[in-house]
Design a protein around this ligand. Structure first.
Ligand code: ATP
Length: 248
């Protein structure tokens, strides 16, 4: 696919050696087209976090290749990889990871200021307004609800206009109503701004917001659900969980 922003080609990742070796990823290949929203699911230990880390340049695969905007990551030095991550990748985590002593606005701008850039003063205000937090920029994280804090974290991840936004259980710490607000926001970023987004989740309802769901089992992609509904995803997951339980 020519419009792939991110391409995984036969990516493998092993941990340890000899008898204790664990194959966390076993030859994963997948193209992620620009402007698409993908959810990654699978039983515990199936390789979701490893996939996210390898795809985002946080970890180096043991084999295969990851290409971001056509650039092979394996050839990059650690410094070049860090630079690429800073410029092209956004992260949102389950624990919002905001700096408690900085205001919402300062948190949003932090990655840019740390990178030595002088972001336009109204960038944070615009970003916060665009995600429904207009007027709250001066608040400290402790003065915001969980959902509001996660939206600040999303604004921060988007400040550098990343090629790909990665979410590691971004709604895992939120109640279902608040989670829906955050998922609607992610969906809106994809639809309105073409923000390519890849999210690991355990929640079929969250996964149903994506364009497709990749299902992992034992380090491999074993199923892909297009135009997912929560019911279909839950059913496929139940089959995989049962199989994983039978092996364990
Ligand atoms: N640093 C590590 N050292 C050794 N083994 C590891 C390491 N990290 C992950 N693994 C193993 O690799 C496999 C995949 O782990 P990974 O964390 O990617 O799974 P996951 O699907 O994200 O699991 P969960 O849903 O429980 O978070 C597991 O068997 C795990 O124990």
């Amino acid at each position: 696919m020519d419009d792939a922003v991110l391409r995984l080609d036969n990516v493998s990742r092993t941990y340890g050696e000899g008898d204790t070796m664990v194959a966390a990823l076993r030859g994963v290949s997948r193209d992620f087209a620009a402007g698409t929203f993908t959810a990654v699911m699978g039983p515990s230990g199936s390789g979701k976090s490893t996939l996210l880390h390898c795809a985002s340049g946080l970890d180096r695969p043991s084999g295969g290749e990851v290409r971001l905007d056509g650039r092979a990551l394996s050839g990059l030095s650690d410094d070049a990889l860090t630079e690429l991550r800073r410029e092209s990748i956004g992260f949102v985590f389950q624990s919002f990871n905001l700096v408690p002593s900085l205001s919402a606005e300062q948190n949003v701008l932090l990655p840019l200021t740390l990178a030595g850039a002088r972001p336009p003063v109204d960038l944070a205000r615009q970003l916060l307004a665009s995600i429904g937090l207009g007027g709250l920029g001066a608040r400290m994280p402790a003065q915001l609800s969980g959902g509001q804090q996660q939206r600040v974290a999303i604004a921060r991840a988007l400040a550098a206009r990343p090629a790909v936004l990665f979410g590691d259980e971004p709604t895992g710490a939120l109640d279902s109503t608040t989670a829906r607000t955050v998922l609607t926001l992610l969906r809106w970023m994809v639809d309105e701004h073409g923000q390519t987004t890849i999210m690991v989740t355990h929640d079929p309802v969250a996964a149903a917001h994506a364009d497709e769901v990749i299902l992992l089992a034992d380090g491999r992609i074993v199923d892909v659900v297009t135009a997912p509904t929560a019911a279909v995803v839950a059913k496929r997951m139940a089959v995989l969980e049962a199989a994983a339980g039978a092996v364990a």
